[in-house]
Design a protein around this ligand. Sequence first.
Ligand code: JFZ
Length: 587
Amino acid sequence: MIRISVAGLLILASLTAFNQQTARDTIAVGRKHPLSDWFTESKYALFLHWGLYSQYSNQWKGKTLYGIGEWIMYLAQADIKEYEAAAQFFNPVRFNASEWVQIAKNAGMKYIVITAKHHEGFAMFNSFHPFNITTATPFKRDPMKELAAACAKEGIGLGFYYSQFQDWHEINDWSKDLPKQSFSAYFKNKCIPQVKELLTNYGSISLIWFDTPGEMTKEQSLELVKLVRKYQPRALINSRIGNGVGDYETYGDHEIPVKNVQGLWEAVNTSNDSWGYAWYDENWKTADVMARDLVSVIARGGNYMLNIGPKADGTLPKFNVDQILTVGKWIKQYPDAIYGATASPWLQAFPWGDVTVTKNNLNLFVFDWKPGASIYLTGIGNKIKTVVTKNTNEKLRYSFNNGVLKIELPVRTSNQLLECIRVELDGEPRVQASMAIDPNYPTSLSAAFATPEGAAFNKLSWMEKFGEWKHRTVINKWNQQDGAASWEANFMEPGYYQVEMDYHACKESDGTEFDLFNNASDTLRLYLTATTGAKEADGDRPRFRRTKVGIIKVAAPGMTKISLIRRNAAQKGDIHIASIQLNKTNF
Ligand code: JFZ
């Protein structure tokens, strides 16, 4: 007998439901909130997912349902009355608002955004609607009020997450028993009045964070904007209000864009896999990963908001707290390279790390410290004044010729969580961005920086497992005979380079041929095999593979055009190329 588990089916069903919500909501171009400087300077924030789901902690009727914790009600297709019942036991007596705010502050975070109401529909604040923490639980306190007071005292910003479209307590597709309220009735009778409560009962708030706008109309999104402007004219609104009417853009979960992004935006990610607390989820990010992610986001021009899922007793997971405090200590050595720092003039990461800018200084954060190796920065139009380690002022050996700065890393291991080198210039950086192909570090040419001809840029987003989003910028839609993409690469040294490709190819494109040209020096014939047995039509969950495809000779240093041209018509399927990596090899 063939049995498909109920959980498996639910995950399939929810994948479809979820997919409809993933189109990124962009903000209107050219409009800027007049009071957004605090946001630009803050850079780093704490996100908190806390609700009734924290009590369930991914267990429903004694069974663990794997996935993001705050989706437990959906994963269980829970009966609403049964789900509600948990409120009688929700009693986070160990919650201490000043402790949380103190931790955020010591972690170097400048504002906090907390789930006032998530998709489950439970208000974590004192509300007219009875499904809320002060009315329905033995706890009776209003944690939002306590947080608002603690944040105001410590000078930390506060924002409320409010799920405006999904409210499974009022609107759900799985319960046959409850009458299904129409969205417009819910919107008028619960959403608007609750948002008004959040805007009027908690003093001045920094922002309001909406989520999953679904099929909301522009009028409905604008009604919320009007409300926010009326009661909290200083507060920012994120793009997930829908319909392009927010003040800043929230990128897809777990996404750090490859190329700098203009305007106000944030990247969001969680400390482990789930947003809400899940008892089994110990896949914690360590401090060094958090520090790198923070730097990478700032280097692309954005803010980083890192999530923690507090437990039902009101405490924060200990390991999690230790890691963010380690990052906080590290930030204290380099505050000016983090807060208010601007994006990298090179528009993308280097193979050894990333760059932020503070006035006339470049802050080089070295993610991959190789003792004695040289790192390169090209296209610098300034004069170089000093090159030192930022915290200890250790002078580093360097050379500077024709705009190429070559810095030798000291022959020692890095003495930091993430070490920073300060390059002082004679003025604000004037940079002609090009990617230096570094002989010491395998260097990637990303799809985001290609020039396609007879091929196109695309972004693939998919759910790897329930709640885990992946995003890749690719070149795809190749003309079969002559579709091409090219990159400008600046080779620091001539020689032989091993080529690796990061790509996804479905079954129908197995055996697709490409030629890789390096100006006039060399041509390499590539034969790419399928990375998945799935057909193109099933391509919503792509499988990327990084694989070595050959060696190419580079005759002379300097700028070279690398071109990739598709050479056959036999294979029907498409190829999705994320990057080409060049790794200098002794040959
Ligand atoms: C949403 C929520 O459904 C989830 O529970 C969590 O609160 C997260 C922060 O936001 O999930 C989303 C919303 C948008 C995308 C991905 C997950 N997206 O655009 O890629």
